[in-house]
Design a protein around this ligand. Structure first.
Ligand SMILES: Cc1cc2nc3c(=O)[nH]c(=O)nc-3n(C[C@H](O)[C@H](O)[C@H](O)COP(=O)(O)O)c2cc1C
Length: 385
């Protein structure tokens, strides 16, 4: 006789089917979302032994981890103690993280990041103004190098002739990620940072080949994807996009047309995957989009991409499995639940209880709220207890 609780428990089985993301072979579809934790070693912004322990705890056999956003250049830093991938010391630090994940049979890709206007002169060489496609100041506050907060300053609009140099920063980051032993890279094209600032017309007011039409606003993202793909092969490169996100004072007059085009271009380049953030309402990702806010983001854009789609934002295990069953995603990225549950895949497999997360320790600090969340011991046979 079947136990009643078992019969009615929502199934998470669809999360535990293997999946190919380009050249990456995943044993299951529970992906760790990129999560900024501001715990690199300062000065130098290099990953350290505590960071390696944190990622190692979250690795699983054949599971995919996407690292926290990692600046490709000093001009790309926007928060204190975020790691970089532009110095030898940083590459060596990341090597320690990669080794810890590989020792447990896990896969790890580096998220390549330039914050553009979401910076502050205290992070910039010579205290300069942050760079952006246009001199449009976002509302809100920047994080200073000393963990303070000050109103954003007006960024400096990039000259057309400077843009190849910025694309080259992503290329160098991709090369350094190879040297560190990563399995691939993800371009951070989401959440109002530099790639997104070029894409959307709320932040891009350019009148050259990088502004105006959807094709022009997509040019920077396409050039970055092509440059990074030359280093890695496109089948080891993904991109993260937040078509409906408003975080960092973002918006666009026609997000469906814009991101259908962008996703189509990434398909043409042959990227391993597209990673889409859901437009659900929460403190970071609000939306005023009518019907689009109520539809899974994958259902809007996946037809434009010939490869697999990762969806993220507000998922639990049964919700993620349902999205896969509905055909809206091929894998699910879990953010906050992965912060508080180092062994999240084993818990989701049995739909076990999850540790709650503590927001006050998300950013900065040491092991508290970072490496001290307890794993559930399989041997106890009592998930989540
Ligand atoms: C503490 C924290 C740090 C984050 N850092 C990043 C980041 O570095 N790169 C990124 O693309 N998204 C980042 N995000 C967004 C998450 O990847 C994810 O999309 C978001 O948390 C929603 O998913 P969830 O409901 O599973 O947490 C961050 C979110 C949180 C809560």
């Amino acid at each position: 006789m079947q136990h009643a609780a078992t019969a009615t428990a929502p199934s998470t089985a669809r999360l535990f089917e293997p999946l190919r993301l380009g050249g990456l072979r995943l044993a299951h579809r529970v992906v760790m979302a990129p999560l900024t934790r501001m715990r690199a070693t300062v000065p130098g912004n290099a990953p350290n032994a505590l960071n390696a322990e944190y990622y190692g705890q979250r690795a699983s056999e054949g599971g995919l981890i996407i690292t926290e956003a990692t600046q490709v250049d000093q001009t790309g830093q926007g928060y204190p103690a975020t790691p970089g991938i532009h110095s030898a010391e940083q590459v060596a630090g990341w090597r320690g993280v990669v080794d810890a994940v590989h020792r447990k049979g896990g896969l790890i890709v580096l998220q390549l990041w330039h914050v553009g206007r979401i910076s502050h002169p205290s992070h910039q060489p010579g205290g300069a103004a942050p760079i952006s496609p246009s001199a449009v100041r976002p509302t809100g506050k920047a994080y200073t190098a000393t963990f303070g907060q000050e109103p954003f300053e007006t960024p400096r609009a990039l000259e057309t002739a400077e843009i190849p140099g910025v694309v080259a920063m992503y290329r160098r980051g991709a090369e350094n990620a190879r040297a560190a032993g990563f399995d691939g890279v993800e371009i951070h094209g989401a959440n109002g940072y530099l790639v997104d600032q070029f894409l959307r017309d709320r932040s891009n007011r350019r009148t050259d080949a990088y502004g105006g039409s959807i094709e022009n606003r997509s040019r920077f993202a396409v050039e970055v994807a092509e440059a990074v793909s030359e280093v890695w092969g496109a089948d080891r490169v993904g991109i993260r996009l937040s078509p409906f996100g408003v975080f960092n004072d973002m918006g666009d007059s026609d997000p469906v047309a814009l991101f259908t085009h962008v996703v189509g271009e990434m398909s043409r380049i042959g990227l391993a995957y597209v990673h889409l953030i859901e437009p659900r309402q929460d403190e970071m990702y609000g939306a005023d989009l009518g019907e689009w806010a109520t539809r899974p983001v994958g259902s809007v854009f996946r037809a434009a991409f010939s490869g697999p789609v990762i969806a993220g934002g507000g998922y639990d295990g049964p919700g993620g499995a349902a999205a896969i069953a509905a055909g809206d995603a091929d894998a699910i990225a879990f953010g906050r639940w992965f912060i508080s549950n180092p062994d999240l895949p084993s818990r989701l497999r049995v739909n076990g209880r999850l540790n709650p997360y503590h927001r006050e320790t998300f950013y900065g600090g040491g092991e508290k709220g970072y490496t001290d969340y307890p794993a559930w011991h399989v041997a106890s046979g009592t998930p989540g207890k």
